[in-house]
Structure formats: C-alpha cells, structure tokens
Design a protein around this ligand. Structure first.
Ligand code: PEP
Length: 245
C-alpha cells in the first residue's frame, strides 16, 4: 500500500500536470494500492484527472467528527464521500501537534469515517521526547486504543494504520528498518487485542521521510505493509518510483 499525503500543496492545475506525468510512469498494477490524499479543494480535479484509473484511490487529509452542522471551514466524512473520497487520514501528527487534535477526537473521527463509508487511515507515532523517555510503545498503544477502541471488531478489521514517528516526519530522519519493524510488531499485537484474528487484515504502513532511496529496505521488513509519504510524493517521478518499489 502506497499512500501520498500532499499536505497543503498542489493546487488543481498542479495536480492535473502531476497526474499526466504520474500516469505515464505508473502502469495499472494488481498487487498494490496507491492512494492520494490531496487538499480537499483539489480532490475533485484529481479524480477527474485519474479518468478510468480506478486502481488509484483518493482520500481526504482530515474530517470533522460530526456529519453536518455549524462548523465553519470544516468538512465532514459524508461530504468527503460525496466528492469521491474513499479514505480519510485521521490523527496525522500535524493535526495532533499543530492543531491540537486529541486522542479522543481521533477516535470520534474514525467513527465518523466508518459511519460515512470511508476507510480511516489512523496515524500514530511518538515525539522525540517520548522516544527518549522510552515511551514509544506506550504512546502508540494509547493512540491505537483511543483511535480504534470504540469501533466494532469488523470495523477495526477494515481500517488502515500508519506508524509515523513525529521526529521523522519532514525531517529527513527515518527510523531504521529494524526499529520501525519492532514498533510495527507492537502495533500488530495491540491490533490483535482489539480485533483478534480479523486484525491480520489491517495493513500497517510506515511514514517519516520515506524516499526512493530507503523505501525498498523499509518495505522488505516483515511487519511493514506499505508506506505513507509526504515530501517525496509531491514529485511525479519520485513518487512513481516509490510506488513501483
Ligand atoms: C507525512 O506527512 O505523513 C509524512 C510522512 O511526511 P514526509 O514523508 O515528508 O516525512
């Protein structure tokens, strides 16, 4: 699974130009899923640019936890679904640390996504201070419990999870493949506690300064099922190279 988080980049015209280039590099492929998370305002243009490439999915970077109402500036999961989104990022570290989103809100957003028929991609990960205190596993387990704990087993089994150490996002620092793999093992164990055998279906992605040079070694780890990529997904050639890893 190869997910591109464009953050607050690529206006509709840039997205069209990107997709013309990307589709030329990226043939239809059966054994993997590529998902783009563009700006909500670019999502419709991106879907049109994808034309008949139904193998490539789109999602939103954020949703509100209510389905509708007086929440100026926000988008609900229902509205996102109506624009053609199939996935929603929830609890990205920039939402948590720049916008103050809480574990509880992440849990409410996971529930809202499921209600609207979107697949949530819940992001978890520790800050540098938490890592240095030796709290990495405790933090990701707490974020998983709060994020997925209210969902039913079948719903947990249809979610995606990304491990994104906050200190590795946009910094050029990556967790070593072995370190990332051991946190992924702990995530897998907690998913089993939450959803039993059905949790085996939940892909766990790694994110944090992934690029074309390090993607293969991360993906070679047994517990890493895909990557969530920010900066390196903004360039069509670089992103297509990663998506073809
Ligand atoms: C992200 O935004 O989820 C991310 C992992 O960013 P980057 O690849 O730039 O570190």
């Amino acid at each position: 699974m190869f997910a591109a988080n464009w953050k607050m980049n690529h206006a509709p015209a840039d997205a069209e130009a990107f997709m013309r280039q990307f589709l030329a590099y990226y043939p239809r492929t059966q054994d993997r899923t590529v998902i783009f998370f563009p700006s909500a305002l670019t999502l419709h243009t991106l879907r049109l640019a994808l034309k008949d490439r139904t193998d490539i999915k789109v999602g939103v970077q954020n949703i509100h936890w209510e389905d509708h109402g007086a929440f100026t500036g926000e988008n609900s999961a229902t509205i996102a679904r109506g624009t053609g989104a199939k996935y929603a990022l929830v609890g990205h570290s920039e939402r948590r640390h720049v916008f103050g989103e809480t574990d509880e809100q992440a849990g409410l957003k996971v529930a809202a996504a499921i209600r609207a028929g979107l697949t949530p991609l819940l992001c978890v990960g520790e800050t540098l201070a938490e890592r240095e205190r030796g709290d990495t596993i405790a933090v990701v387990v707490r974020q998983l419990r709060e994020g997925l704990g209210k969902a039913e087993i079948a719903q947990v089994a249809s979610c995606l999870v990304a491990y994104e150490p906050v200190w590795a996002i946009g910094t050029g620092k990556t967790a070593s493949p072995a370190d990332a793999n051991s946190v992924h093992s702990a995530i897998r164990q907690e998913l089993r506690t939450l959803a039993g055998d059905r949790s085996e279906a939940v892909p766990v992605l790694y994110g944090g300064s992934v690029n074309r040079g390090n993607a293969a070694s991360l993906l070679a780890e047994a517990e890493i099922d895909g990557v969530l990529v920010g900066g390196a997904s903004l360039d069509a050639e670089a992103w297509s190279a990663i998506a073809r890893t």
